[in-house]
Ligand binder design. Structure first.
Ligand SMILES: [Zn+2]
Length: 157
């Protein structure tokens, strides 16, 4: 019996697989509508970023490493952190922009991708919009009214 398996040609030609997929950050609140990044430069204090609207910010390397949202660093279901950046970052990574999103190649070979809109929301200069409604404190003279269950169910008027 000839059970020779037809081997599919495995010549891996360096096809430039264009990664047009925006990085998935696994956040409940929307972040996809932010402006694209136009510049990412490695500086002494971190990565200096500039967005399409001219906003600029610098985010520390350790913060970026800590916020990597890939499946190895964040549990896909619980979003629990699986990586703890306990060691200081001594070797500078390489940074690149891909379709306006930040990609960081760390010295240990790990690759992190950050959505430009997600980073935009987290600029230290901006106020992060909470997905939780604003808390309204009780008024100073507020006293809770006690209503019997039967009365509550009775139609009023
Ligand atoms: Zn990661």
């Amino acid at each position: 019996m000839n059970s020779a398996v037809q081997a599919t040609p495995t010549t891996m030609t360096a096809t430039t697989t264009k990664q047009s997929q925006a990085p998935e950050m696994g956040e409940l609140s929307p972040y996809q509508t932010g402006p694209a990044l136009t510049q990412a430069t490695l500086v002494q204090t971190g990565v200096a970023l500039e967005w399409q609207d001219g906003q600029q910010s610098t985010l520390p390397l350790l913060w970026l490493r800590d916020h990597c949202a890939c499946q190895a660093c964040r549990h896909p279901q619980t979003r629990e952190r699986l990586y703890l950046p306990l060691e200081p970052i001594t070797e500078p990574p390489s940074v690149a922009l891909l379709d306006g999103h930040l990609h960081i190649n760390w010295q240990d070979g790990h690759v992190s991708a950050f959505h430009s809109g997600w980073l935009y929301q987290r600029r230290p200069e901006s106020k992060l919009v909470s997905s939780v409604p604003n808390a309204k404190p009780w008024k100073d003279n507020f006293t809770p009214e006690c209503v019997r269950h039967d009365d509550f169910l009775k139609p009023q008027g």
